[in-house]
Unconditional design. Structure first.
Length: 488
């Protein structure tokens, strides 16, 4: 009896507690067989009991990969997001970021459906493009970026078409302008720019419409919309000021001023679409429409942040080189902050700009008489550290102030009256509604197909839809060694 008890006790003493490597080996076996629930359980035991094990970091990542392969999107997102937060310098960060993007990407729907997952996927793929461009996920991410941007652009086009069919042309203008602001390098951009011109024309903004059609002929000369744009220009018979890119002008007139500033990397923008370089993302409200500024109290910034070390010099005030000129240009020594006031009537209009921390150049004339085109004269005065520029014109319908860079300038462009009343509007060009109409569509809320373009030319180069999770195209973690994965 005593011997049996001794043997039993000896057996108890020989029972081995699983080590971190034991859990890892068992988890890897489950993972390789596709038994992902068993793999997750063993990886989690490893993390809970051996948090400082050399296998712990890979276990955290493989939990996310297991959920991804199981199609459990919510848990996969949580796991990959936790990994990014807890291991910001990991060699496996590119892999985790790519698969987090793919988790969103695999839930992307048609362009007429909600594109929230597309935007989230794009965010992750752009992180790879910016931080890990040379990794084995770099090219895969770039391919996904092209598709995501095209889907987001087509969604904007779909919503803009919806508003156009509802005769809500201002809302349609906003959507087409936003598309051109954010996705000018996508295949649907020529169609959007053409429809932006059509919407502006239907609103009675003939000059702005002519700018849009002119921009299309410059930026997309091989598009199917080239000839329709030329036909619209011939019909409108509007002079277009081409002192600067008319695409920038029409976007500013639609509420997307570069001075509303940007979370969008300008260097990336210049690289991606040189023909539409230097565009900046505008500010948007919860309804997706641009947030506009009204009234003289709002202070805006021309170009980049001004140098606080000293005053900016207003060097020269001149008319644009177009014939007839429709813009006045303020040449500056650097970026400048400003506010503005506008007064309009049936025979005249006055735009006053208060330039902050700005002094007139030594040779700048204080009173310039133009008497050309719509311009009468310009007055320059100073008060303290600020300079005030007052532009007197004949009646105009709208105006826009566009900051330009290299060299620093303010381009102030005006539109002649669009009707016979000659009445000038006391607001900037292209004021947008405060939100979508009551019958506005939640993007992709129904199963209807995207609206057709009627008699207009067809969309060009539609993309393939995203592949499923089985076609993510990316390598998996190598097995059998701790934290061995591609680095940046």
């Amino acid at each position: 009896m005593a011997l049996a008890m001794a043997l039993a006790c000896a057996g108890c003493g020989q029972r081995k507690v699983p080590s971190g490597e034991d859990y890892y080996t068992q988890a890897q076996a489950y993972y390789s067989m596709g038994e992902y629930r068993g793999a997750i359980d063993n990886y989690q035991h490893l993390i809970d009991q051996y948090p400082f094990s050399p296998y712990a970091e890979e276990a955290e990542l493989r939990i996310g990969l297991s959920y991804y392969k199981m199609g459990d999107h919510a848990e996969a997102v949580a796991s990959f997001s936790d990994f990014q937060r807890m291991h910001p310098t990991s060699k496996n960060l590119a892999l985790a970021t790519y698969y987090l993007g793919m988790t969103y990407y695999n839930r992307v729907g048609r362009p007429d459906r909600d594109q929230s997952n597309t935007a989230l996927a794009l965010q992750q793929f752009e992180i790879i493009e910016q931080r890990f461009p040379e990794s084995e996920f770099g090219e895969l991410a770039r391919q996904r970026i092209v598709i995501c941007r095209d889907l987001l652009a087509r969604n904007e086009l779909y919503i803009g078409d919806f508003y156009d069919k509802k005769a809500n042309f201002r809302a349609g203008e906003s959507r087409m302008a936003e598309l051109m602001e954010k996705y000018p390098d996508t295949p649907v951009a020529p169609e959007a720019l053409y429809k932006l011109g059509v919407a502006l024309e239907k609103e009675g903004k003939k000059y702005s419409a002519a700018q849009a059609f002119t921009a299309l002929t410059i930026h997309y000369p091989k598009s199917n919309y080239m000839q329709p744009a030329k036909a619209e220009l011939a019909k409108l018979k509007q002079p277009v000021d081409t002192e600067d890119d008319p695409l920038r002008m029409v976007l500013a007139e639609s509420g997307f001023n570069p001075d509303q500033s940007s979370a969008f990397d300008r260097e990336v923008v210049r690289t991606r679409f040189s023909s539409a370089a230097d565009l900046a993302e505008g500010a948007y409200g919860a309804d997706g429409l641009p947030v506009l500024t009204h009234g003289p109290a709002h202070v805006q910034t021309a170009s980049a942040e001004p140098d606080e070390g000293g005053p900016v010099t207003l060097r020269l005030i001149r008319l644009s080189s177009a014939d007839p000129p429709l813009s006045v240009i303020l040449d500056l020594s650097g970026p400048v902050k400003y506010d503005k006031e506008f007064q309009g009537g049936s025979n005249s209009a006055v735009l006053t700009m208060h330039l902050k921390n700005t002094e007139p150049g030594r040779h700048l004339v204080q009173h310039l008489v133009f008497d050309k085109s719509i311009f009468r004269d310009v007055l320059v005065s100073t008060e303290g550290n600020d300079t005030t520029v007052t532009v007197n014109t004949t009646a105009v319908s709208r105006f826009a102030i566009v900051p330009l860079e290299e060299p620093a300038r303010l381009l102030v462009t005006f539109a002649p009256p669009d009707d016979d009343t000659g009445q000038a509007a006391a607001s900037e060009m292209g004021p947008m509604p405060s939100g979508p109409s009551a019958d506005g569509p939640p993007p992709g809320a129904d199963d209807s197909a995207a609206p057709d373009a009627g008699s207009e030319p067809p969309s060009e180069n539609a993309p393939d839809m995203p592949p499923g999770s089985s076609s993510d195209g990316a390598p998996d973690l190598p097995s059998g060694q701790p934290v061995a994965a591609p680095g940046p």
